[in-house]
Every structure is written in C-alpha cells, then in structure tokens.
Design a protein around this ligand. Sequence first.
Ligand SMILES: C[S@@+](CC[C@H](N)C(=O)[O-])C[C@H]1O[C@@H](n2cnc3c(N)ncnc32)[C@H](O)[C@@H]1O
Length: 273
Amino acid sequence: MNYRHAFHAGNFADLIKHAALLLVLDAMTSDAKALRVMDTHAGRGLYDVGGADAIRSGEAKAGIGRLAEVGAVPDPIAALRAEITKLNPHDGIRVYPGSPVLIAGRLRPGDSYLACELRPEEHQALAETLRGLTGVKTVCADGFVRAADLPSVLGKTLFLIDPPFERADDYIRITETVMAGRRRMSDAGFLIWLPLKDLETLDSFVRSLEEGSGGSILVAEARMRPLTDPLKMNGCVLVLVNLSPAVEAPLREVLKWVVDTLGENGEARLWHP
Ligand SMILES: C[S@@+](CC[C@H](N)C(=O)[O-])C[C@H]1O[C@@H](n2cnc3c(N)ncnc32)[C@H](O)[C@@H]1O
C-alpha cells in the first residue's frame, strides 16, 4: 500500500471528480428525503498543496493552480472553486478539500456520512478534519468490506468509490460492491472514479457493470491526450450508476472545460452503454 493522494490532490482528475461529486450531492439533496453517503476510499480529507509532496509532483500546480489563474468558468467548476476559496480566503491556494470535506459540507440535518480509510495515518488526519461534525463517522477499515456490511435503510444512499488502483482486483471489487449494493438497496446510486489508460480495460469494466448492476449507467471519459500509450494515465473516467440524469449536462461542461483547458489534444466523451 504505497499510494498517497497528497501527490495527486488538486490535479485534473480531482477537479473532475470533485466537481461531479458536488453536482451529484446537490441533485441528491434537492428533495426532503434523507441522504446517506458511503465514501469507500476517503483519504485524509484536506491536502496541503503547498507541501513537499504536492510541489514535487507538480500536479496541483497544473490543476487547481491553473483554475486559480483563469477568469470565468462553467458553473459546476465555479462551485468547486468556491469551496476551494472558502478554505483559502487569502491569496494563493494552500489547502485543497478532498471528498470528505466536500461531502460533509453538503450534509443537511438528518443526512449521514460514513468515511472509510484503510491507512492508519491518513485515517487519523481524516478523523481530526471531520471531528465533531454531526452525522459524520470515520472508520479505519477496508471500504469494500464496510460497503458490503452497510445496513440497508429507507431513503437514498450514495456510494463514492475512489480506490488507488494499486491492486489488480480493484475493478472486480468495485463491480461486486455495486452489484451487492443494488441488490440490497434498489435506490442506491454510485459514483465511481477510474484512471484512463487504455480502452480495453474500461470496456471490460463497463461490460461487467452492465451485466451486474441493473441500473442506468453513464460513462464520462476525460481523455486528456490521445490514448496512444497504455502505460500512461491518459485521463480519467467517472462511471455513474443509478444517479440523476439531471447531472449529465453539467457534467459534460465539467469534462469539456478540463479537457480543453488542461489537456493536450484531448476529448471529452459521455456515453450510455
Ligand atoms: C484516491 S485516494 C482517495 C481520495 C478521496 N476519495 C478524495 O477524493 O479526496 C484513495 C485512498 O484510499 C485509501 N485506501 C487504499 N485501499 C483502501 C481500502 N481497501 N479501503 C479504504 N481505503 C483504502 C488510500 O490510502 C487512499 O487514501
């Protein structure tokens, strides 16, 4: 387990994932029904993008660094920029919010949030960041295992599944988590993040989900460059299962803005398998 998100926080993939997360949360909190969010791979919650790891990788500079320099942006990107500005009220960006801070910030009274993080030191930072917030619980545990044990409840559940893809079985475990969640909670929705290297891996994952999930599927591909080298991270993909169709149009704007602004001859593609 070597993956540390501090190297990648605030990069193009986080911009896409977190702008999409805010869209999904806003859609799921637009009526009076309580929402439960299960974040299987939560990370530490807040990232120091002025720290050594972020500076060494340069990914935040090429992502949120560029976002800070440009003027008008599409509304869903502006919504994420507003969250970043709240944490950095003075000049410059030092701190970047991970999924836990964004989710906790959208909870209403009666909503709940379970954040799982396997690495003890990351979990400790996460627990400190979220300490004292109503409806919020963190666990230092395997998120796939906890997702399988999640009691079914009346009301809506959103699963955010964002593994590091260090293990060969991450794709299979995602599919199993979606299938089990859909079987037990027919109204559960899933937001899944994937790296984009080659199309064979993506196609076979989407096919396995199609066979097992039984819900609507939207695939949102951000190709940051042509997919000529399958050993490189050429972009990222969000797969939305059983989520509101209202997020599709604004999500298209997010992908297009990121690909056009931060990519090199890239392409944004949204499709339903
Ligand atoms: C991509 S990062 C998560 C980023 C976070 N979702 C965000 O958007 O801010 C993946 C995290 O999963 C953790 N992790 C790895 N395997 C895990 C597992 N089986 N269960 C829970 N967390 C895991 C890693 O330590 C890492 O912090």
